[in-house]
Design a protein around this ligand. Structure first.
Ligand code: FCB
Length: 432
């Protein structure tokens, strides 16, 4: 059996975001959840009955309004030491998390020292376990005073964000090398300002374009601020990249593909230009174009009904390679409550990533989404993305078998070249 080895010093990590795991936050999302929970619960059959293959198992939870309130989430705010112990047991060498702006600056210009101390403790705990921290400065939630002034639609938010970033980087610059300015700008612009699904639920092309541009400019604004505070810092942006494929090589399909790639890859990275040290890649979607978008065969889907298609990441990397920047896969994962697909998905995807590296893509790390089951935004708690399972009633943690498989890969710094049947093989894992 051949081993496909990854480069020396390749980072093996997992990701989380503050609002999805910490618990007891108070930001624009928490307010929105309170207002929307009942509606989201009532709307669940429309959203998930047809698309989710596990609807029968999850319908009770998905139609319960408590599912849509982040509340205590994973209580990671208090349990981070124990969670990081589990991460270390798995052999993880890096951990990506986000700082919650609303904790650090709950009122405009007022910085909360206790919360600054909290993340200092978190960083210390990551270091103590020999892991490299990747710190996201903004992962979707806003302090109320920012959202009340129009959120990212307001150009002044760039100034507010810059001020917050300068404060945070000054506080942690000795402990952090890798900074992610913003997470998946395009998702927020699309879902919150164009499709009207997420707070502030706007449906406007103008808002969408304005928010897209403000977020790109926010990255451009903070890049030199971070570099001035710490010239050794590595500053990147994380976007979600879709693999656009064409079903038939017809002219219209190819045109749509070019437009989608231009908008999804070239526009934002082009505008950011040299103000970038690495590209953060989140990969979840494959999109087969056939006279329009979103046509997939969906032979194998996750609990959310998202197509499981490991081949896509290879094509995404092929496009990103052209930007000649180091690439970190900052999120990649699957909603899979029964842990049926996760191990094989990790394996298959890593083979694709390995192939990209052998063809010249400068991929330097892989972060699985997520370390823990967590609060999946407007879908609530039922989708399970964790390497570690959470029993929300007791906050008990349990390492999933797929996580043990990931631990083996980390230990070997390699995947096998053959498509092993993990489902039978995983019975043989020595428990850590
Ligand atoms: C990504 C988000 C992350 C998580 C995963 C499933 O788009 O960045 O917070 O919700 O999707």
């Amino acid at each position: 059996m051949n081993l496909l080895e990854f480069p020396k010093n390749f980072l093996w990590g997992a990701s989380t975001s503050a609002h999805q795991v910490e618990g007891n936050n108070h930001n624009d999302w928490t307010e929105w959840e309170k207002k929307q929970a009942e509606h989201l619960a009532a709307d669940a059959p429309r959203r998930f009955e047809k698309t989710s293959p596990v609807w029968e198992q999850i319908k009770h939870q998905a139609t319960d309004k408590n599912n849509y309130i982040s509340g205590l989430a994973c209580d990671h705010y208090r349990r981070f030491e124990a969670d990081l112990d589990l991460a270390k047991q798995l052999g993880l060498t890096a951990y990506r998390f986000s700082i919650e702006w609303s904790r650090i600056e709950p009122k405009q210009g007022q910085f909360n020292e206790q919360e600054i101390e909290h993340y200092r403790e978190l960083l210390k705990a990551i270091k103590a376990r020999g892991m490299v921290p990747f710190v996201t400065l903004w992962h979707w939630t806003l302090p109320l005073w920012v959202s009340e002034q129009g959120g990212w639609r307001n150009r002044r938010t760039i100034e507010y964000f810059s001020h917050y970033v300068a404060h945070v980087v000054e506080a942690y610059k000795n402990d952090v090398k890798y900074w992610v300015t913003t997470n998946e700008q395009e998702s927020v612009a699309g879902e919150a300002y164009f499709l009207g699904h997420w707070p502030p639920q706007q449906r406007s092309l103008l808002s969408y374009l304005r928010v897209t541009n403000n977020l790109i400019d926010a990255h451009r604004a903070v890049y030199p601020i971070i570099k001035a505070l710490d010239s050794d810092a590595e500053v990147g942006i994380v976007n979600g990249y879709v693999y656009f494929d064409v079903e038939h090589r017809r002219a219209l399909n190819r045109l749509l593909k070019s437009v989608a790639n231009w908008w999804g890859y070239y526009y934002s990275l082009g505008r950011i230009g040299r103000r970038l040290d690495f590209i953060g890649l989140n990969y979840y979607f494959h999109n087969r174009i056939n006279y329009w978008f979103s046509r997939n065969t969906n032979e194998q889907v996750s609990d959310l009904g998202w197509e499981i298609y490991p081949g896509g990441i290879y094509h995404v990397l092929k496009l990103l390679k052209r930007f000649k920047k180091p690439i970190y896969i900052t999120e990649h994962g699957v909603a899979d409550g029964k842990d049926k697909y996760r191990a094989k998905y990790i394996d298959d995807s890593l083979r694709q990533i390995h192939r990209s590296i052998s063809e010249g893509a400068d991929v330097r790390g892989y972060f699985h989404w997520s370390l823990l089951d967590n609060f999946e935004w407007d879908k609530g708690f039922w989708p399970r993305f964790g390497l570690i399972e959470i029993d929300y009633a007791t906050q008990e943690r349990k390492i999933r078998d797929s996580a043990l498989h990931y631990a083996e890969i980390i230990k070997a710094n390699a995947v096998t070249s053959n498509d092993l049947n993990n489902l039978t093989r995983r019975k043989n894992y020595a428990r850590l």
